[in-house]
Design a protein around this ligand. Structure first.
Ligand code: DC
Length: 228
């Protein structure tokens, strides 16, 4: 079975997809981590993330693998663990232009489909239900209001977990700067020409603003049961 979870940054896709993978014992495919890996490699090699030709060359030449660490899934690029390095504000900025390059997307989608061909998978991203796995049995479009999304990211950056700490707070300045970045990325991801962020026609919309992780996970598992 393929489960596609799409939605904007900070909507909870990653937390929810991790939980589903664990509960159902299926492969987790974090496609954002793959675009982030390309962006990080560009930055490390001194390549301008707006240089489409060079970014595509990077996307075609690096090997991205997923591993299993104590804290959950790890991301390995050319044998090096980049799990933490791909989550910096610099990568947040560089990943937008990189992920808008059609040839970069082509290279990533081919790898994503190859992983999907190996068995059951829960994949999260922006174009899973529309492009990567248009035949997915379950398609979810996960949203949350921008303020809730920014707070979750700020709490995460402080090393805490918004999913388990319901009263988590973060300092207003960092929430505001994260909110600005989320809105910028939403606009960029939704308006780019190549595979823009949009719900698949047959996606089930879930708003996670006032829901716990377990509530969202239960709702998606119910959809999986209906589909099987
Ligand atoms: O989900 P994330 O924040 O880790 O994703 C990082 C960036 O990658 C996001 O700004 C848009 C891009 N992305 C994409 O274009 N297509 C995907 N399937 C996943 C992510």
């Amino acid at each position: 079975m393929k489960v596609a979870i799409d939605g904007p940054a900070g909507s909870g896709k990653s937390t929810v997809a991790h939980a589903i993978a664990k509960r159902c014992g299926i492969t987790l495919l974090d496609t954002g981590a793959m675009y982030r890996s390309v962006a990080l490699t560009c930055l490390e090699r001194g390549i301008d993330p707006n240089d489409a030709t060079a970014a595509a060359e990077v996307a075609r030449s690096i090997t991205i693998e997923f591993g299993q660490g104590e804290q959950g899934q790890t991301v390995i690029v050319d044998g090096r663990d980049v799990t933490t390095a791909i989550r910096t504000p610099e990568v947040d900025v560089a990943v937008s232009p990189v992920s808008a390059v059609p040839a970069v997307r082509e290279a990533m989608v081919a790898q994503q489909r190859a992983i999907g061909a190996q068995g059951d998978v829960v994949a999260e991203g922006r174009d899973i239900g529309t492009v990567v796995f248009p035949d997915a049995e379950v398609k979810v479009y996960l949203t949350a209001d921008p303020a809730a999304r920014a707070l979750r990211r700020a709490v995460q950056r402080d090393g805490r977990d918004a999913a388990t700490d319901a009263n988590a707070t973060a300092d207003a300045e960092s929430v505001m700067s994260i909110l600005e970045d989320l809105l910028r990325r939403d606009a960029y991801d939704s308006n780019r020409e190549a595979s823009p962020l949009r719900p698949a026609e047959d996606a089930v919309h879930i708003d996670s603003s006032d829901k716990t992780v377990d509530e969202v996970v239960d709702a998606i598992i119910a959809l999986m049961e209906q589909a099987s």
